[in-house]
Design a protein around this ligand. Structure first.
Ligand SMILES: Cc1cc2nc3c(=O)[nH]c(=O)nc-3n(C[C@H](O)[C@H](O)[C@H](O)COP(=O)(O)OP(=O)(O)OC[C@H]3O[C@@H](n4cnc5c(N)ncnc54)[C@H](O)[C@@H]3O)c2cc1C
Length: 437
């Protein structure tokens, strides 16, 4: 990855004009670093005729692409319809921590869903990390995938007892390798005590999507269409029909809505069960090897009444520059629609920068700033499976919280099984028609 030279000034945080076609198609106006070394967006032909397939997938982010990848291996014919380019939604905006350390905490999941379900959740996220690792090896994808430790440490508003509670819940859930450590993994700030999660991962998400998409595109069973907006779905008992904005149709036995936020919501009422949050991210130049390579998360601001206690997350991205890497930090989340004032928007970026400079003793310039949206389910687990209501052959994947890399992968695994009529051990846990008390 090359580092683009941008001004480190506050103006980086106050962009008001949309510059590129890419940004128009995405959920925010500023770009993440992931597109820098991808000279061309992941663009395929747009749909220009009527077609018929076994499965039509709307959305070309990690959930849609993983589902298509697995279905193609099972012999199903698949069409992906993507409004923008592959990855131009939230997957191109992620910070790509790949982890089973769920940001809603296992003690909450255990309390809300019971110990068996907390264990299933842990098992599914661990399996998703392994799935990504295996797919990268099998398809020989060069996407800077690394296994590394993750460290969960206390926000200043939080107490040590919350880490102890989480460690206990982790053990109950079968994450037995997580340990409490009393020596700070950082020299720049004492973040001890913290929970260390071994064997987590990170990658360059756009390179991963590119690799998976290209591995499928050689396969005649998968057709990928970009700049193709799914406008309408006409449901039927056997074959449903998607109509695109250009008037073409895709007839399919099954349809997967991998659109991050559901686009067919009247019946499913998923919006009653999850909340949309905006999250912010910045990246700064750091001297190579100046910060230990790991994932870092704080436990979030406990004083907030919000469903999600806004927390900070950080990782390092190696670059081709011989002197510098990038430190990527995110957080300062808020419910969408409540913070649309431009000053508040800038203030959130500025607070993120202050946190970054404090925890990592950062001196270098901030060179990227962007934001995106995450869907936060009220019971902390994604909604993956048949769309609630009468739709028999329409499936959804949403509510992936700050764990969309693993939730998107879990969606691919579950939906591939369900579409083939197979049982899946996690399907019940994530079923979209579950009641939330
Ligand atoms: C700043 C930020 C940091 C994050 N950090 C992390 C992290 O560190 N780890 C982690 O696990 N998760 C993280 N997440 C969450 C994660 O990025 C997302 O949950 C995940 O990328 C969602 O993937 P997806 O495939 O469901 O959706 P998307 O990637 O958004 O894909 C959905 C696609 O559907 C397309 N679409 C929508 N409607 C239509 C239509 N009608 N017709 C055709 N196409 C349509 C969109 O164009 C889009 O490309 C982060 C998110 C943000 C914003």
């Amino acid at each position: 990855m090359m580092i683009t030279k941008k001004s480190p000034s506050l103006s980086l945080y106050s962009k008001t004009k949309v510059d590129s076609y890419w940004e128009v198609r995405s959920s925010g106006q500023m770009e993440s670093p992931w597109f820098d070394n991808l000279r061309h967006p992941l663009r395929f032909n747009s749909l220009d005729q009527n077609i018929s397939v076994d499965v039509a997938i709307i959305g070309g982010g990690i959930a849609g692409i993983t589902t298509a990848y697995l279905l193609s291996r099972s012999g199903k014919s698949v069409a992906i319809l993507e409004d923008g380019y592959i990855g131009s939604g939230e997957t191109g905006r992620t910070t790509a921590h790949i982890t089973h350390a769920l940001d809603d905490r296992y003690y909450n999941i255990e309390k809300k869903k019971g110990p068996t379900n907390a264990r299933l959740a842990a098992e599914s996220h661990t399996a998703a990390i392994d799935f990504i690792d295996d797919a990268i090896r099998e398809e020989r994808i060069d996407c800077e995938f690394e296994r590394l430790n993750g460290f969960l440490f206390l926000d200043k508003s939080d107490k040590e007892s919350s880490l102890e509670r989480e460690l206990k819940a982790l053990r109950n859930a079968g994450i037995s390798k997580a340990t409490m450590i009393n020596d700070s993994p950082l020299e720049s700030a004492d973040i001890s005590p913290c929970i260390c999660f071994p064997d987590q991962a990170q990658f360059q998400p756009m390179r991963y999507l590119t690799g998976i998409a290209h591995s499928m595109n050689t396969d005649k069973e998968v057709q990928i269409f970009t700049e193709t907006h799914a406008q309408d779905i006409k449901r039927a008992e056997t074959d449903s029909i998607i109509k695109t904005d250009k008037g073409h149709t895709v007839t399919a036995q099954s349809i997967v809505l991998a659109t991050n936020a559901p686009i067919v919501d009247k019946v499913s009422k998923i919006y009653d069960k999850q909340l949309a949050y905006r999250t912010y991210a910045i990246a700064a130049r750091i001297r190579k090897n100046s910060i230990p390579l790991a994932l870092y998360w704080d436990t979030g601001n406990q004083k907030l009444k919000d469903h999600v206690k806004a927390y900070h997350y950080a990782r390092i991205q190696k670059t081709e520059d011989k002197n510098f890497d990038l430190l990527i930090v995110g957080g300062e989340d808020h419910k969408t629609g409540i913070s649309i004032n431009k000053n508040d928007f800038e203030a959130r970026f500025k607070r993120l920068e202050l946190w970054m400079r404090k925890i990592f003793s950062l001196k270098g310039p901030v060179v990227y700033a962007w934001s995106g949206q995450v869907m936060e389910p009220l019971d902390s687990l994604a909604f993956i499976g048949p769309n609630p209501g009468k739709d028999k052959n329409i499936y959804i994947a949403t509510g992936d919280s700050g764990n969309g890399m693993t939730h998107g992968t879990i969606a691919g695994i579950i939906l591939c099984d369900l579409i083939q009529g197979k049982d899946n051990p996690w399907a019940n846990l994530y079923r979209p028609d579950r009641k939330i008390k």
